[in-house]
Design a protein around this ligand. Structure first.
Ligand SMILES: [Zn+2]
Ligand SMILES: [Zn+2]
Length: 259
């Protein structure tokens, strides 16, 4: 088992369930040494209910996790983070938030903080996929993120791994190698099960064709549950499924807590 999980959401984002303390209790039960909270980061001008926390909830988030950190310090180490997109015009705002955090993860779900533009979680055109990859590359260059969540999230809802997907994998692999940024095997993707592709059934993410390219680069891999409920933290069998899927790629996984 991996003794860490840095990818954990809370109810504040509008699409996760459970109290903060229930996540901690589940993580203790699952046997984690380190639990990192990384709820979807707020944007000052964009409340966007249902996709990320409101800026008004940020102080309460920090306070709640801090008090749990103290309360359970003899049983588990708790870290406070956020999962955030990268938008060039929000970079300074991100850096300000980072002052109160142990870490920030990069999770590029949209191309605009309003959530009204391109959604990389839906089916995307080749052009949109390349915009995603180039945004990730730019984000990685900022140096503010501790790892890249679900690097292949754009495969969610895709029906084919096109030459643009291939190019995206190279852009992302190159950027992460250059900046020594780990990439995440996202367990939530495994939970969705396999879908039919031209070369057989595959997960949308982690998508084997994507990771086959990523494995050519000198990048480390980490495991992230992407928990949206306390119960998700107990679903460790899905980690084994994901590892088995990528086994023959001989990826270098970080096996100890690193934040
Ligand atoms: Zn989420
Ligand atoms: Zn997440």
């Amino acid at each position: 088992m991996f003794p860490y999980n840095y990818h954990t959401h809370t109810r504040r984002c509008g699409h996760a369930s459970g109290d903060d303390e229930e996540y901690v209790l589940a993580a203790i039960k699952a046997g984690y040494k380190v639990l990192g909270f990384s709820d979807h980061a707020p944007y000052r001008d964009y409340p966007h209910k249902g996709s990320h926390m409101d800026i008004e909830d940020f102080a309460g988030y920090i306070e709640s996790i801090h008090s749990l950190k103290e309360k359970y310090k003899d049983q588990i180490q708790i870290r406070i983070g956020l999962e955030s997109e990268y938008y060039p015009y929000c970079l300074e705002e991100r850096k300000l938030l980072l002052k109160d955090l142990d870490y920030m993860l990069l999770g590029q779900h949209y191309d605009h903080p309003s959530g009204k533009g391109v959604n990389y979680f839906k089916e995307n055109s080749d052009e949109e996929i390349l915009i995603y990859a180039n945004s990730v590359a730019q984000a990685v260059d900022t140096g503010i993120y501790s790892y890249l969540c679900h690097p292949d999230v754009f495969m969610n809802q895709q029906t084919a791994f096109t030459p643009a997907c291939e190019e995206a994998a190279h852009i992302i692999g190159k950027a992460c190698e250059k900046n020594h940024l780990p990439v995440e095997l996202n367990v939530r993707g495994i939970m969705k099960g396999k879908k039919p592709f031209a070369n057989g059934d595959q997960y949308w993410y982690p998508h084997k064709d994507f990771w086959r390219i990523l494995a050519k680069y000198d990048v480390k891999a980490v495991v992230g549950i992407d928990a949206h409920s306390p119960e998700d933290l107990l679903q460790t069998g899905f980690i084994d499924e994901g590892l088995k899927e990528l086994e023959d790629l001989h990826l270098h996984f970080i096996t100890e807590p690193f934040i």
